[in-house]
Design a binder for this molecule. Structure first.
Ligand SMILES: Nc1ncnc2c1ncn2[C@@H]1O[C@H](COP(=O)(O)OP(=O)(O)O)[C@@H](O)[C@H]1O
Ligand SMILES: [Mg+2]
Length: 247
């Protein structure tokens, strides 16, 4: 579904060209979760923005379902690190925003949002505003908002990194469950080794900037909440750690 071919990004800055990503070759089949991990500043966000069409490649190409990745693809949703909710809209209005923009009538909007919000445990707080919510609740609202338009591709930029460890695991479990039910493709940027191994069917390890792919780890054991307790999980974490240390 996703195909990077020799994709590079160089930002033009006042100080001159600033290479952020170099020669990315990557294929992600439809329905597969992929986690990208790498050191700070290596170009992870740039890679997501390439897929979202928010930056363009200076060399090579990025395709989604055979088309060049462009801004405004309706079936792509993006979740940023800082949730990006509107503080002046309540949780329900934040979740239904994408449907409102598409002109879906209120009854239908609320029905679709209600189903997801119940599943994510945020239906009871639908009338609350983002400043009244905990970090975990805000990210649940952000997830609901991204999924309510039924994307086939979900892009996430370190969505759980600001949360405490327990909340983070709860949300990882929730995301896994929803992915299994709805079967969209997702690409998550993370700097957590355990998060990468828990959620990534494939784990892409990037080098220091300009980021290039050091290795792509296959992780066939992912998919059950109990995976965290297995020996295989720990072996995979060690593999990812080694790949990162080798850089
Ligand atoms: N719009 C931009 N203009 C110039 N440089 C940028 C821009 N966005 C990111 N960079 C730089 O490109 C590099 C990669 O950034 P980024 O993709 O945000 O890395 P990461 O998400 O892995 O921390 C960094 O050195 C960053 O400072
Ligand atoms: Mg980033």
């Amino acid at each position: 579904m996703i195909k990077f071919e020799g994709a590079s990004v160089t930002y033009q800055t006042d100080a001159g060209p600033h290479p952020a990503l170099s020669g990315i070759d990557l294929d992600i089949p439809g329905g597969e979760p992929c986690v990208v991990i790498g050191p700070t500043g290596c170009g992870k966000t740039t890679l997501l923005f390439l897929l979202a069409g928010l930056v363009s490649s200076s060399a090579g190409s990025v395709q989604i379902d055979g088309d060049q990745a462009l801004r405004g693809r309706r079936e792509t949703s993006l979740i940023l690190q800082q949730h990006g909710l509107f503080p002046w809209k309540n949780a329900l209005a934040n979740v239904t925003l994408g449907l409102t923009i598409r002109g879906i009538p209120r009854g239908e909007r609320n029905e679709q949002a209600g189903e997801l919000m119940r599943e994510l445990g945020i239906w009871d707080i639908r009338d609350s505003y983002p400043p009244q919510l905990s970090g975990g609740q805000k990210q649940r609202v952000a997830i609901a908002r991204s999924l309510v338009t039924e994307p086939d591709l979900l892009l996430m930029d370190e969505p759980f990194s600001a949360l405490d460890a327990m909340t983070r695991e709860t949300l990882q479990n929730l995301l896994l469950r929803i992915w299994k039910e709805r079967n969209f493709t997702f690409l998550m940027v993370s700097h957590g080794i355990e998060e990468a191994v828990f959620l990534g069917r494939r784990i892409v390890v990037l080098s220091e900037r300009p980021g290039h792919i050091l290795t792509v780890l296959d992780n066939p054991g992912m998919g059950a909440e109990s995976f965290r307790l297995s020996d295989e999980f720990h072996r995979q974490c060690i593999q990812v750690r080694r790949a990162l240390e080798d850089r």
